[in-house]
Design a protein around this ligand. Structure first.
Ligand SMILES: Nc1nc2c(c(=O)[nH]1)N[C@H]1C(S)=C(S)[C@@H](COP(=O)(O)OP(=O)(O)OC[C@H]3O[C@@H](n4cnc5c(N)ncnc54)[C@H](O)[C@@H]3O)O[C@H]1N2
Ligand code: MOO
Length: 401
């Protein structure tokens, strides 16, 4: 059985980064990965402008009781006139600061009567002016190649006027479920059957990582059925995920069929719980990860072993999200021969640290633990862990993104 950290590193390196990029309109770039490093092409803000609705003045023109004649009403989007001595220009949030003005008085801090503005509370010189370039300077690096684009990144690129981006082609992933006991949701079920939950689960996990789910196939527990499925998956996909049929049972045929197809088995069995029988193979120069069939095992293996591989194949700069730490909340001593990944809910306490509460049922078939959990707490192998001990915590918001 391979050590967990070694297996994680081996899987992360199992795929090639993408070498094909394409042009993508900015408004469709959510979830895509930048194929070029992008720089600022203009200062932000592009010119000094007002942070408040108010009156632009030249600070030195202020004197107690002075009533500034309103020279212009300059709405955002209009060009201001140059400010004349002793006057004010009525401006609004986002209006450009007129030449000659250096301070904005909020409208609440004075009164406009008969087209003259009297300052009642004088702010400090330079108040409420958003300076050209205070946010971003022309030439600044915005994002390095390999950045995953979300709404925040898209906002900054839009503010720079980028309309088309060079992004990597989407990773194509195929999913294969196996097992004669499985039927698709929606079908009538006989007592010996269960619904296939791993297929939709893995499709959702892959989709949420910004990869393209090309196929979600199901094969019966026969070599012919598995071979036919692999033919399609290897032809159409960059990465294949199988689930079930990798343990030691008589119908666990996935690994032998990969070898029949000329594939090679790279690793099988990792010192982790759940997830022990996971395998990595290659066929036609493409990685195949064989996940264990138990739903919580497949979920944990996807989180900690498959997601770094996907990020690497997507060309993402950060393959391993940060691992956090929290205090386990347990009423028993935890210890196992394998590295254990417990489904936990992390709750922040008044000391601003995380308490990790395990789901009461940790069986690898317990599907109800999955929507409940916020992450996985790692209990090191052959180590006694008691209530309050600090352990690594894999937050699903980061590890499944
Ligand atoms: N004698 C041994 N038996 C088992 C061992 C072992 O070392 N020696 N390992 C156990 C562990 S650990 C795991 S994990 C499972 C993994 O087995 P497989 O990957 O071969 O998976 P299956 O046997 O096909 O299925 C396991 C379990 O999961 C259910 N399943 C499978 N696919 C789906 C699906 N798409 N949706 C919902 N549920 C699914 C299946 O019905 C089984 O109950 O092996 C242990 N056995
Ligand atoms: O590894 Mo199994 O995944 O312990 O149930």
């Amino acid at each position: 059985m391979l050590d967990f950290d070694a297996a994680q590193a081996r899987l992360a390196a199992a795929g090639k980064p993408p070498n094909i990029s394409e042009s993508c309109p900015l408004h469709q770039a959510q979830g895509r990965v930048l194929a070029q490093t992008l720089f600022a092409t203009l200062d932000l803000p592009p010119a000094d402008n007002s942070a408040m609705d108010g009156y632009a003045i030249h600070y030195a023109d202020y004197a107690q009781g002075h009533r500034f004649p309103v020279q212009q009403r300059c709405y955002a989007g209009l060009a201001p006139e140059a400010l004349q001595k002793g006057k004010t220009i009525r401006i609004f949030t986002g209006s450009l600061i007129p030449q000659g003005a250096d301070t904005v008085v909020m409208q609440e801090d004075g009164q406009e009567i008969d087209n003259r503005f009297q300052v009642e509370h004088l702010p400090a010189q330079g108040s409420h002016v958003r300076r050209q370039g205070e946010d971003v300077r022309t030439g600044d690096q915005l994002f390095p190649k390999g950045t995953l684009l979300g709404a925040a990144e898209i906002a900054l690129l839009a503010s720079q006027g980028y309309a088309e981006l060079s992004v990597y082609s989407q990773l194509r992933v195929g999913i294969l479920t196996t097992g004669d006991e499985l039927i698709q949701p929606g079908q009538p079920r006989s007592p010996e059957q269960i619904y296939n939950s791993n297929g939709p689960m893995l499709a959702g996990l892959v989709h949420d990582m910004g990869a393209n789910v090309v196929h979600v196939m199901h094969a019966a527990d026969t070599e012919a059925s598995l071979r036919a499925a692999f033919d399609t998956l290897l032809a159409d996909c960059d990465l294949v995920l199988t689930v079930g049929g990798v343990s030691v049972g008589e119908k666990d045929l996935v690994k032998p069929v990969i070898e029949q197809l000329g594939g090679t088995l790279d690793l099988w069995r990792v010192c982790m719980k759940p997830g022990k029988p996971v395998a990595l193979a290659y066929a036609q120069d493409k990685p195949i990860v064989c996940l264990p069939g138990n739903p919580a095992s497949a979920f944990a293996v996807f989180t900690v072993l498959v997601s770094p591989l996907i990020r690497g194949m997507q060309g993402r700069a950060q393959v391993f999200p940060d691992v956090q730490f929290g205090r386990i909340a347990t009423d028993k001593t935890l210890c196992d021969k394998r590295e254990e990944f417990l489904r936990v809910q992390a709750r922040c306490n008044a000391q601003a640290t995380l308490d990790l509460h395990p789901f009461p049922k940790q069986g690898s078939g317990v599907v109800s633990s999955l929507p409940w959990a916020s992450g996985l707490a790692r209990i090191p192998a052959n180590t006694q862990v008691n209530d309050g001990d600090v352990v690594p915590y894999y937050d699903l918001r980061h590890w499944l993104a």
